[in-house]
Structure formats: structure tokens, C-alpha cells
Design a protein. Structure first.
Lengths: 430, 430
């Protein structure tokens, strides 16, 4: 039967296709209460009745996972990771079992599987496990029996200890994409509370457009720079295995946004796919350290060892030979970083360390950027015209990011989106 | 390793003993919130530090299971049994994982297992599965690693389909007793919100005494006739495998009540172990049916086929040759019985069918009754003196039960307990 080794076999050809199969993933807000679960059940039945084979991956209902985490912290200051996974994995079992019941009431056969029963085999890294293999025998059997298959997202079973593992936040996206890859599905549909991927957050930019298509690379950059529509890792897995993704609304009709290879997307005039923003990071500056080799390496090695994720980095050297290092990190990592920064500051003889939580990052993303020089300059120009100061800049081949003051982020997104609106338009008419 | 086949191997000698092992079971009210869970964790650690090997079985927290059942009925009129088990089994996973975390915080190693991980193998009867085998390898390994082992009660895994099953209400008691049998534990302790088994409900009879010891047979009769301290099936399993049981309070010290073989219990003067009562049954009379062979058989065969549990039965024949059949059944079974009774009434030409929900059953239980004739007569006499009319009588070798009016049950219990108080006393000093 179908067995994909996710580390060992990177090729898409490694697995058989299951024609007519669609994997449909529904997030927590899509299954927030029993009424919404019943609507999801109807949607799955409609897909089955339209002729598709259906595998669905449901997240936990609404705030269930948060509530379980709250309980964990009531009984333990540092919940044991194995037991934490045992605990929080129950939320998805509840929502998937309930949806299977609702499907039965609609006159269709359905079966819900835990991650373990679905054959989602992971490494043993509790709370952040990686899928290493999908053993899809039970799913294939259930599909052959004409059942709608529901799989508890976000979880698996450790290949070494046979313990329950979880994949970390956003893990249900990864479950869905991994299943779509292993089963050879026609597509993996990510149902959410917005109709697709937008050129900017419509709450900030009312003229933001829904994109018909984006490339994997663009979606990766958008997710990494603040777009919340899909979890970053799941997009990486989709790209590796060539899984066609589609983001669409749970409770409205509509084509949504397709995410695929660059060849599939009309790129000629469509330089830009969108403007994203992120207010979840803080800025730290270590000021007045000696300008000698190895200082930056020491700083970032110590932080990495503690598991702190560093995003943007700038190093300046002043005329008197003292250097300063500035970087951004998730605000949630600041408590972990604090003691390391204090001892680093003393050890390196820094004159002072500045913390600044009031920053925002705005990013312009577009695969067409590679062949269109001048995009970054246009972006800086648009920000300057709006009177917005840029504090840090970082770029990739298809992304330009700028750190600005947090209270200017909405104006910044609006200004950059206005400047590039015409370029994004081409992507929508498709 | 230890594998007990519960259907096939009835002998106690079939398994190895694990000296120093105690199985400790905590019900829903004992783990009602995170504070109580932390107190249970302390109790388990105390037992471990006192030198015992500890396997604990926790029920779901307080009203968790009721809440899950409510959700099931919100999405489905008749929840699919397989999915129902998938759903309601999550409650015990939550409480056991949380308790394991709390134990880690107290500096001890602990591991929580699902029913499946613990090797609780059942038949495939969803919502009322029976344990057929315990494959205790993972538990033995964890005990050898000096861990406190927690097992989610009330659940197992189907031997044929590998689906999650549940054992029905009270199933956590059965999980605990089956584990104690399979592991060869020194004892199985049932922790609850009362200090032990009483000669009558202390809320009704303030002078009721806590018993130090009762026999399996007495405990079976007491549970079957209204005592709620342990689930009936778990006592049957304990008796079959010779598991020493002890009922005690979760949140108070005290010896509790030991339940074991008759030989272990001082019976000379201790004729009576207690008075129980039960207001959960209703009475039905089918009046004016022909007095010919096969009528009663037909009535009870039809009701049994529908899954209705009949308790007490009386048949009378009047002088004109017409018979009437009276029986009691759980009030919850009345809606199932109604249509069968209506068609039986028509088919048998009964003159009428009477339903009476306002009854109560009071029972007097004692292993010593077998060698002390006259106990039943004394009980009837006590009720008559109190002016209480007896509607139905049924007896076993160690029990006498009488149906009385529901509004007289408290006076009836008090009157019978008063009459036999002296006989029960001997059981307490033991």
C-alpha cells in the first residue's frame, strides 16, 4: 500500500495517484460549534455526491485547544511534553468524531481516524513532531468501502515509542498536505474564513484583491512574513511533493486561490502577489560591542541554542570602531532571550542593550520580482512619500521587507499596496 | 508477558503476581477540577514513596463525559456507536495526561496510557464493550522503569477492528479490576467521595455504619439493588479473579471497606451487611390475560429481545381463571417497553395495562442470611410495624427485596436498618 517516507523520498513519483480524491481541511473557526460542524458535514457530503472521493482533516473546535493548554498550565508549570501531546491531541478527535456522526445522519458512511489510526507516523519530538511517513492502508480501505474519511489533524504517532505526538500550531495544514501527497490526491483544499489569498489584509486595505493563483514560493514568503492563511511548513511539504493547493471559504461558494508551480501561473505582468504585515516581532539592539570577527556568530549561536528564532539582522560599525547589532525576534521569544542577552552584554562589554516591541514588518512579495529590477526602490519610495521611516531592510529574490514603527503599519501597507495595485491586478483576471 | 484472556481463562493462577503493586482508581468527582487532580497526584506519589508500585486508573473530570454526550446529541439524533466511542473516550485521556503532568511536577516519573496503549483489548460492542484480554507489556515496562502508570479508564481497543471502544458507564471500575487481575496486584483500591461501604445510605439513616469488610457476593447484591459505590460488572470480574478490593475516600485518610472472599470475613454474628434502596425502577402490570402456559414466556421474551431489563416478576391467578403479570423495569427502559406492551396487550387480550413509576425497592443483604432463617420474616415485620405496605417481594440466598411506595422509602430503610442494626454492628469491629 501507499507509504511515503517524507525524509527519504523527495520525489512526487514515489506514490500512486488516487484519481478523483480531494483532501479537504477545515480550521478551528470553520468547526467552531456544532452548527458549523453540521455545515462542514453537508459540504463533505456535497463533494462526495458530486463524485469526489473525500478525505477531510478537521482542526479542534474553536478554543478547545487553548482551553486544554490552560488546564495543563493549571496543573504544571512546565507540562511534560509527552503528556502535553496526549492532552492537546484530544481536541481534534472530538471534532472529527462529531463530524462523522453528522455525516451518518445525512445518510452517508463516514469514519474518523486518530492521527495514529490514519498512519501519520512522526519523529519523537513532542509538541513539534515532523511527519516521517504516512501508512495509508486504513484510509485506502475505508475509501474503497465508499466512506468519507475524517482524520484528526495536528497529530501522529512516534515511530520509536508509539506515543501520541503533535505537529505544533498549524499542524492540521501539514496533516492535510501530507495526506494529499501520500494518497496522490487531485488537490488539497484549505477551507478557512476568508475566500482566498489577498493582495493585502482587506481589513486594512479595502481595495485588496483576491488572487486567483500564487506560486508555492510566493505563498511561502507571504506566510513567513505575516499572512496567516496557511502554515509555513505545510506549504513547504506541498511544494516538495507537488500537491496542488487551494485556499477557499468554508461558508461561501467561490473558486478561492490556487497555489502551485510557477509554470502554472501567469506571470508576465503580474510582478506582485501581495503586501503582508506582521506585528508579532520585537527589535533588539546590542550597542557598542567591539568590531572584531566572531561577535555576531557568538550572539546568534547562543540565541539559537536556546531555541530563539531570529528574523532580520543588521550590523553597523561606527567611526570609533564600536559595532552595534540589531535583530528582530518573535515577541513570544523575548522572555527566553532576556537572560542570554544580559550575559552576552556583560561578556562582550556592550555599552547597552535596547528592546523595542513597537515595531511592524511590512513585506512586498512577488515571483515576478526576479526579472523586474527596481521593485525594492519603488517600495522604499512609496513609504518615503507617505512619510514613513524605514528602520531595517531585508530582501530575498521574491520579497522585500521593511521594519517600520508599529503605529504606522496600516498606512505603510496602504501606501505600498496603492503603488503596486496595477501589477497585482493581472494575477486576478487569470 | 502477562496476558489474561478474560473469557477463556477463568483461573486466578493464570497470571504472575507483581508483589507490592496496587491499582488505584479515582472516579469523576475525585478528579473534578485541576486542584483535585493535583491532590490525586500527591496521593499517588505518597503511595509510591511508601514503597508501592502504582498503577492508577482515572475517570474523566467531573461533567466532561456528560458534556461530550451533549455535543454528540447536538450533531446527531442517534450518534454512530463507533464515533460515539471515539468521542467520549477523550475525557479520560485528558484527566490522565493532566495527572501525569502534575506528578512530574512533584519530582516523580509518570506516564499516561490510553486504553489501547495499556493493552485493554475488548470485543467490538461499541458503547458497551467487554474486556477480553489485557496485554500489559507497556505497563510492565513502565513499572520496571520506576514510573507511576496512569491508564485512561472506561475504554479499550477492539480486537477485530482496532477501533476505540468504551465499556459503558462505570467502566473505569472494570478497567481497574481487570488491570489488577492481569498484573497480579496486591489490591485494587476504589477511591470515591465516601469513606467506604455503609450499612445504609447515611443521608437517610444517620446511624448507618461503615463496614470494614463485605464479601464479593454481598457487594454484588448491594450494587445490583441500588448501592452506587462500585459498578456491578467490576465486582463480578474481581470475584472471578480473586482481586482484593478496597473502597476508600479520596480526600480523607481511613481504612475504608475491604471486599473479598467469604472466608476472609467474620460472619458469626454478622448476618447483615446492609440495607439498600433503589428508586430508579417502575412497575408494570398486565391485567386479565388468559391463565395458560407460555403467556409469561412470551411477554418476557418480547421484552428481552428489545433489550429491556426486567428485575422482579410476580404472576397471580384470580378465581375466574384470568391471570395478571406484574414486573419492575428501569424507568429509562419504559419508552422502549411501551410499544411492545401495547401490542402484547392486544395480542393476549389483556383487560388493561397499568404503569406505576412511583415505587421504590428496598433490599436487605447479608451473606450470613443463608444460615439464619427468619431474616426475611423479621424484615417484613419491621415494615409492617412502620405501617408500610409491601407490593412485591423477591429473594436470593443472601438478599430480600421489597417494593414499596416511593414516598415511603426513607421510612422503610430507617425501619429495616433499626431492626438489624445489632447484626451489622459485628461487621464493623472486625
Amino acid at each position: 500500500m501507499t507509504t511515503i517516507h517524507f525524509e527519504a523520498v523527495p520525489a512526487v513519483e514515489a506514490h500512486r495517484r488516487t484519481p478523483g480524491l480531494v483532501v479537504m481541511k477545515f480550521g478551528g473557526t470553520s468547526v467552531g460549534d456544532t452548527d458549523k460542524l453540521k455545515r462542514v458535514a453537508k459540504r463533505l457530503v456535497a463533494a462526495r455526491e458530486a463524485g469526489s472521493k473525500v478525505v477531510a482533516v478537521l482542526s479542534a473546535m474553536g478554543k478547545t485547544t487553548d482551553e486544554l493548554i490552560r488546564l495543563a498550565h493549571e496543573v504544571s508549570e512546565q507540562p511534560h511534553p509527552r503528556e502535553y501531546d496526549m492532552l492537546v491531541s484530544t481536541g481534534e478527535r472530538i471534532s472529527n468524531a462529531l463530524c462523522a456522526m453528522a455525516i451518518h445522519d445525512l445518510g452517508h458512511e463516514a469514519v474518523s481516524f486518530t492521527g495514529s489510526q490514519a498512519g501519520i507516523v512522526t519523529d519523537g519530538s513532542h509538541t513539534k513532531a515532523k511527519i516521517v511517513e504516512v501508512r495509508a492502508q486504513r484510509i485506502h480501505t475505508a475509501l474503497e468501502e465508499d466512506k468519507i474519511v475524517l482524520v484528526a489533524g495536528f497529530q501522529g504517532v512516534s515511530t520509536s515509542t508509539h506515543d501520541v505526538t503533535t505537529l505544533g500550531r498549524g499542524g492540521s495544514d501539514t496533516t492535510a498536505v501530507a495526506l494529499a501527497a501520500a494518497l496522490g490526491a487531485d488537490a488539497c483544499e484549505i477551507f478557512t474564513d476568508v475566500p482566498g489569498v489577498f493582495t493585502a489584509d482587506p481589513r486594512i486595505v479595502p481595495t485588496a484583491l483576491k488572487l486567483d493563483r500564487v506560486t508555492y514560493e510566493e505563498m511561502l514568503e507571504m506566510s513567513a512574513s505575516g499572512a496567516k492563511v496557511m502554515a509555513l511548513r505545510s506549504i513547504e511539504v506541498a511544494r516538495s511533493y507537488g500537491v496542488k493547493l487551494r485556499v477557499r471559504s468554508t461558508f461561501a461558494e467561490g473558486e478561492g486561490t490556487w497555489i502551485g508551480e510557477e509554470d502554472d501561473v501567469v506571470l508576465e505582468k503580474a510582478i506582485i502577489s501581495g503586501v503582508t504585515h506582521d506585528t508579532s516581532e520585537a527589535k533588539v539592539s546590542i550597542i557598542g560591542v567591539p568590531d572584531r570577527p566572531g561577535i555576531a556568530a557568538k550572539v546568534f549561536r547562543d540565541l539559537a541554542r536556546a531555541g530563539v528564532n531570529i528574523d532580520m539582522i543588521v550590523q553597523n560599525v561606527s567611526q570609533d570602531g564600536a559595532a552595534s547589532i540589531t535583530f528582530t525576534l518573535p515577541k513570544t521569544d523575548v522572555p527566553i532571550a532576556e537572560p542570554i542577552l544580559d550575559s552576552l552584554g556583560a561578556e562582550l562589554g556592550a555599552s547597552r542593550i535596547e528592546r523595542d516591541p513597537d515595531i511592524a514588518k511590512i513585506s512586498l512579495i512577488g515571483a515576478g520580482m526576479k526579472s523586474h529590477p527596481g521593485v525594492a526602490a519603488d517600495m522604499f519610495d512609496a513609504l518615503a512619500e507617505a512619510g514613513i521611516n524605514i528602520e531595517i531592510i531585508s530582501t530575498s529574490s521574491i520579497r522585500v521587507s521593511c521594519v517600520v514603527r508599529a503605529d504606522q503599519v496600516e498606512r505603510a501597507v496602504q501606501a505600498v499596496h496603492d503603488r503596486f495595485q496595477g501589477f497585482a491586478q493581472a494575477r486576478v483576471d487569470g
